[in-house]
Design a protein around this ligand. Structure first.
Ligand code: GLV
Length: 332
């Protein structure tokens, strides 16, 4: 039977098997056990009296939600590495800690960046759509030609954990790597990659992978003007919603300036801009970066570890300090 005097914890989404059960002995758990996000009104009502909220990127954590939760609230444990759904100042003003799930999703997300990079450069989406359409086709020396990655310069915007994991994989393709970050990394983390100012990185990147987190500073950092600085025939892979202006990306594909592009998550999910859907050379994935069985288990467990630590009076193991709003891209 549920102990109604136990701290209340709201989990806003279905998590990996067994994760929510770890909360049960210590907490009075309210669980929205669904693959769909909670409606706002439902979220506000369910948060009332909670000590911790386990949220996803679809839950806007702002002053209204924090006030609806009330003074018992001590932690917002986001089930994501990103925290752009959270108003950090509003949390800090109410003494509410924020945690995320870094580290455990690095390799899965870097794999996905490479899956998209290969799919975009080798025109896999176009090929698959053609076969599924039932239209006639024939192998031909000039049919669906793509770009080769071996030896091609790779740029990484946001050389944090995920960017570094993308760079490690580039060694297998013999690709020289450049990156842009707020600060130059120590040599061991650079792995031989060149640190460049943003505009130089764009000009040097035949293929560019964007892994910088979304902050006030990075929102639409890659707008039409910056995409135009990439070499003609370049390929852009976006792993963070909102850093690349999606309309500008679609326009750069439509004009033929970019050879291809791939996007893993979108600024206004689940909406995908019609202009991008219309582009044959856009590979579009429904936010699958961390979507592996192992990683989603680890993300769930880490979110719960943060809740249990805070309930025990400790610091959250992966607490987040408010991100800078005026600095150049940082490291996810
Ligand atoms: C993105 O999916 C994240 O985990 O921030």
């Amino acid at each position: 039977m549920t102990d109604t005097t136990a701290p209340k914890v709201l989990v806003t989404r279905r998590l990996a098997p067994g994760v929510v059960d770890r909360l049960h002995p210590a907490c009075d758990v309210r669980h929205h056990d669904s693959e769909q996000p909670m409606a706002r009104a439902e979220l506000l009502a369910a948060a009332a009296g909670c000590t911790a909220l386990v949220t996803t990127l679809d839950d806007t954590v702002d002053g209204e939600l924090l006030d609806a939760a009330g003074p018992a609230l001590r932690l917002v444990a986001n089930h994501a590495v990103g925290t752009h759904n959270i108003d950090h100042a509003a949390c800090a003003a109410r003494g509410v800690a924020v945690s995320n799930t870094p580290g455990v999703l690095t390799e899965a997300t870097a794999d996905m960046a490479w899956a998209l990079l290969l799919a975009a450069t080798r025109r896999l989406g176009e090929g698959e759509r053609l076969l599924r359409s039932g239209r006639p086709w024939a192998w031909a020396p000039t049919f669906l030609l793509g770009l080769e990655l071996a030896g091609t310069p790779l740029g990484i915007l946001g050389m944090g954990r995920i960017g570094q994991a993308v760079a490690r994989r580039a060694a297998g393709f013999g690709m020289p790597v450049s990156y842009h970050n707020r600060q130059r990394l120590p040599a061991d983390l650079e792995q031989g990659a060149r640190h460049l100012p943003l505009d130089e990185l764009l000009a040097a990147s035949r293929v560019l992978v964007v892994t910088a987190p979304l902050t006030a500073r990075t929102r639409h950092l890659l707008d039409a003007g910056r995409i135009a600085r990439m070499p003609a025939g370049a390929v852009l892979v976006s792993m963070t919603a909102g850093v690349v202006d999606e309309e500008a990306l679609a326009a750069a594909l439509a004009s033929g300036h970019l050879f291809a592009a791939a996007v893993d998550n979108f600024e206004h999910e689940p909406a995908v801009p019609a202009a991008l859907l219309a582009q044959e050379r856009a590979v579009l994935a429904p936010h699958l970066g961390s979507a592996t069985v192992r990683t989603r288990q680890a993300m769930g467990d880490l979110a719960v570890d943060n809740v249990l630590a805070v309930l025990a009076g400790a610091e959250p193991p992966t607490g987040v300090s408010p991100p800078p709003t005026s600095a150049p891209p940082s490291s996810p």
